[in-house]
Each structure stands twice: as structure tokens, then as C-alpha cells.
Design a protein around this ligand. Structure first.
Ligand SMILES: [Zn+2]
Ligand SMILES: [Zn+2]
Ligand SMILES: [Zn+2]
Ligand SMILES: [Zn+2]
Length: 156
């Protein structure tokens, strides 16, 4: 995997009067403002360091920017695009942050995975579901597994 994720801090620096103006990494023009931003080992106009997604000025947000491939992103967009919500409790694959999920207690699930793990019945809003040994179960299977469990433990 050649993609490197990087979290970088942005700092505001002032141009010393003796210094030669530096080129902006965003627009390639010379920076003649009194203040400029320093990030990713380069200098930027305050207006030129923007999130590639939402266009917000990253210097204004005062803090961190995220890079991936050639994209510069604000934290919110970075997490939305590349962050992860966690592992699906049913299929145990990673769930990207932008995906809709179902939650039950501390577990998250892909929408498609949120079904009874015995009979695969999907749940609608308002349906009852049960968690047993970290498995999602419909009411029927939950009660069924209960009965089985009880009979096994009963002395014959
Ligand atoms: Zn610029
Ligand atoms: Zn953004
Ligand atoms: Zn899943
Ligand atoms: Zn079921």
C-alpha cells in the first residue's frame, strides 16, 4: 500500500522584513502578506491552504490538516472519507466512517449484516431483536435458544 496518511499541524508564521518573499505552495505566487501559513514543509497564503473537499480554510481552523495521496483535507472530511467506524460485529470487516450503520449496545453492524444470525431475518424499525453471546437474534430464535439451553441443563 503506497498511500500514506499524514496528520500535520498548521502554523502561522510571520515574514521577517529582511526575508525574501516565499512562493506559495498553493498558487505558486509570492507571499507578500505579513503572515503566512506553514504546513507540510511548505508555505501558503492564508487563503490558499484549503480543504480539497469543503474548501474551508485550514489555517483558520487553527490546527491540523490531513493528507492522503495528493489530497489535503480538514479533519472532518478526512474522517468522513477515510476514517473507520469500527469492525462489524457480525462479519468482523471494517466499516468505513461514511457508511450507515446499525448499533446495538457497543456493537456496530453493516446495514446488510444487521439480521438475525440464525434465520437471517432482517429487522425493521420497531422490531425486537436480542443479543446473545454477541449474536443478534430475532425473538423466535432467542426464545428457541433459551429453551434449548434450559433443556440441556435439565437432569433427565
Ligand atoms: Zn497562494
Ligand atoms: Zn473539509
Ligand atoms: Zn458486516
Ligand atoms: Zn431468527
Amino acid at each position: 500500500n503506497m498511500v500514506l496518511d499524514k496528520e500535520e499541524s498548521v502554523s502561522l508564521v510571520s515574514l521577517q522584513s529582511r526575508e525574501k518573499p516565499r512562493g506559495c505552495a498553493g498558487c505558486n505566487r509570492k507571499i507578500r502578506d505579513r503572515f503566512m501559513l506553514q504546513a507540510l514543509d511548505r508555505y501558503w497564503h492564508e487563503d490558499c491552504l484549503k480543504c480539497a473537499c469543503c474548501d474551508c480554510r485550514l489555517g483558520r481552523m487553527g490546527s491540523t490538516l490531513y493528507t492522503r495521496a495528493n489530497l489535503i483535507l480538514c479533519r472532518r472530511d478526512y474522517l468522513r472519507l477515510f476514517g473507520v467506524t469500527g469492525n462489524c460485529a457480525a462479519c468482523s470487516k471494517l466499516i468505513p466512517a461514511f457508511e450507515m450503520v446499525m448499533r446495538a449496545r457497543d456493537n456496530v453492524y453493516h446495514l446488510d449484516c444487521f439480521a438475525c444470525q440464525l434465520c437471517r431475518q432482517r429487522f425493521c424499525v420497531g422490531d425486537k431483536f436480542f443479543l446473545k453471546n454477541n449474536m443478534i437474534l430475532c425473538q423466535l430464535d432467542y426464545e428457541g435458544s433459551h429453551l434449548n439451553g434450559n433443556t440441556e441443563r435439565q437432569p433427565q
